[in-house]
Ligand binder design. Structure first.
Ligand SMILES: *[C@@H]1O[C@H](CO)[C@@H](O)[C@H](O)[C@H]1NC(C)=O
Ligand SMILES: *[C@@H]1O[C@H](CO)[C@@H](O)[C@H](O)[C@H]1NC(C)=O
Ligand SMILES: *[C@@H]1O[C@H](CO)[C@@H](O)[C@H](O)[C@H]1NC(C)=O
Ligand SMILES: *[C@@H]1O[C@H](CO)[C@@H](O)[C@H](O)[C@H]1NC(C)=O
Length: 513
């Protein structure tokens, strides 16, 4: 496959059609700071498959994918079959010219009982993958937890809802650091706890899918408590993360010289109107989105607005915990896709029983009336400037912290290889990343989601986020690079000059592969 990519590259023809020279922003990869890493990524359950192979036990995502609550037609049992095809994929990563590859480790593959014995075959798989990446000179960015708790821990004590998760997560992280840390220098502990709190425990739309009536997707919740569980998850995530960070710092960092951080779902939130109510609602929404994690990291406690809205449902930090979480990160990873408008939700304060969403007290919408924003199939707004706003907001509120854009990208409606819209999206968001750096943001890397089509929580095999197309209807799960893979490769390996229009005109490519 790698060879085919190389043969095709010289024949790739990209023609820029529209242009308003006066408003054009031009850049090359050389314009990014030294050491800036461009990459792409996958995640264990979405990529590996081999769901019951070589000693792996089920995860909560496994269970979800086989339950009636899963809105997708298929499960993730085989996914991209990455467990068997990782060597081929590392070649593709190398051929595209990626500096870094971000993947997640499956807890239930490495430690099938959740704690205790290591599965030798699981250990072997991650060692093989990491060695292959190192051999090709690719930086390894490992995520310890991406939505796939061992089901056995969910069954035993309710998983993230119990403080017992802290010790088990720390012990699992210890195994990761000890076994892989000689070759892995970038560790991300937990994926998007700031939004998973709501997705998993308020709306019940994401594994383990808990919620209580009248809240939740479909208003048909049988197990859970949307008023308190999102906060328990959040609190225990912060403690588990911080405990793993403390362990890394005490036991490994001096020798392994890596960095460890957490991942946040990022969104730029515009206020719908300039009314005081809407501005305050937007501030509350930002406090929940960014502040729920960053405020404890900086100040050892939750934001005032959260404490006020949730009262005793929000756990409070003991002085030991407060000290544990303060400063517990080397970097923050952001998954940034879009922007949104917020207005005050006047009904929220009147609700007799409130869920986390009611505590935020905001209504969200994609566009303002009469506005012509570009919406992509998921209904998300394409707003590269929103990334600049978010990065400035974080810096002004929480300091000039080290940031990796860990996920950015867009899906499409078909598995078309000519993903012209994705190319347009990526170059605009990469341009905005550069603009933000010039504005003073401390961004160290950018990673496209996703390296290839994956099994997505929303959309299953039909979300098509990949730089590389995967044929999920073919046993061999054949890979084919899309136009965006060639485009990214030209940018990274051939110093291609990228031009972005800041006016309304969209850039059109004529491409021939
Ligand atoms: C609600 O959930 C129950 C139990 O899972 C199921 O039998 C029922 O069909 C669901 N109702 C709706 C409207 O989804
Ligand atoms: C959620 O938990 C709170 C606090 O324990 C309790 O008061 C409330 O009744 C619970 N709600 C549900 C739906 O179980
Ligand atoms: C933030 O940190 C980066 C990296 O050290 C630096 O280049 C940038 O100038 C800093 N920004 C501000 C506003 O001080
Ligand atoms: C990349 O292109 C830019 C602008 O065209 C140029 O200034 C720079 O020297 C080039 N870098 C390399 C390594 O060729």
């Amino acid at each position: 496959m790698g060879r085919r990519l190389l043969i095709f590259l010289p024949r790739l023809l990209l023609l820029l059609l529209s242009s308003h020279a006066a408003t054009a922003f031009r850049f090359t990869v050389d314009d990014f700071p030294d050491g800036f890493t461009f990459g792409s990524g996958t995640a264990a359950f979405q990529y590996e498959g081999a769901i019951a192979e070589d000693g792996k036990s089920p995860s909560i995502w496994n269970t979800w994918a086989h339950s009636a609550r899963n809105p997708n037609e298929r499960s993730g049992d085989i996914a991209c079959d990455g467990y068997h095809k990782y060597k081929e994929d590392v070649k593709l990563i190398k051929d595209i010219g990626l500096k870094a590859y971000r993947f997640s480790i499956s807890w239930s593959r490495l430690i099938p009982n959740g704690r205790g014995a290591i599965n030798p075959k699981g250990l072997q798989f991650y060692n093989d993958l990491i060695n292959e990446l190192v051999k090709e000179g690719i930086q390894v960015h490992a995520v310890i937890y991406h939505l796939d708790l061992p089901q056995i821990l969910e069954d035993e004590y309710g998983g993230w809802l119990s403080p017992r998760i802290v010790d088990d997560f720390t012990a699992y992280s210890d195994v990761c650091f000890r076994e892989f840390g000689d070759r892995v220098a970038h560790w991300t502990t937990i994926l998007e706890p700031n939004i998973i709190a709501q997705g998993s425990y308020d709306m019940g739309a994401v594994p383990p899918g808990r919620c209580s009536n009248p809240f939740g997707v479909g208003r048909n919740c049988t197990v859970g408590n949307s008023s308190v569980e999102p906060y328990l998850f959040l609190h225990h995530s912060l403690l588990a993360h911080s405990s793993a960070v403390r362990l890394y710092r005490e036991k490994y960092q001096a020798v392994q010289k890596g960095v460890v951080g957490i991942n946040l779902y990022s969104l730029w939130i515009y206020t719908l109107t300039d009314s005081a109510e809407d501005i305050q609602a937007t501030e509350r929404a930002n406090d929940y989105l960014f502040g729920s994690i960053l405020h404890p990291f900086l100040f050892g406690d939750y934001p005032e607005s959260m404490k006020k809205a949730a009262g005793t449902r929000l756990p409070s930090f003991t002085s030991y915990e407060s000290e544990l979480v303060t400063g517990a990160f080397d970097f923050i990873g952001l998954n940034h896709y879009s922007s949104i408008y917020a207005s005050n939700n006047p009904d929220a304060s009147k609700m007799p029983v409130r869920d986390q969403a009611a505590d935020v007290g905001a209504l969200f919408r994609a566009t303002r009336d009469g506005e012509t924003s570009t919406l992509i199939p998921s209904g998300r707004v394409v707003d590269p400037q929103g990334l600049e706003h978010a990065l400035r907001y974080i810096r002004e509120k929480y300091g000039n912290i080290s940031i990796y854009i860990q996920e950015n990208g867009r899906g499409q409606l078909s598995d078309d290889l000519m993903d012209v819209e994705r190319v347009d999206f990526l170059k605009k968001y990469i341009a905005s990343t550069l603009k933000a750096i010039r504005d003073g943001a401390n961004v160290k890397g950018y990673s496209v989601w996703a390296l290839m089509d994956l099994y997505e929580i929303f959309g299953g095999y039909k979300a098509y986020f990949g730089l590389i197309r995967v044929d999920f209807w073919d046993k061999r799960r054949q890979r084919q690079p899309r136009l965006s893979a060639y485009w990214y490769s030209d940018f990274l390996k051939k110093n291609a000059s990228i031009q972005v229009e800041s006016g309304a005109a969209t850039t059109t490519y004529h491409a021939q592969i």
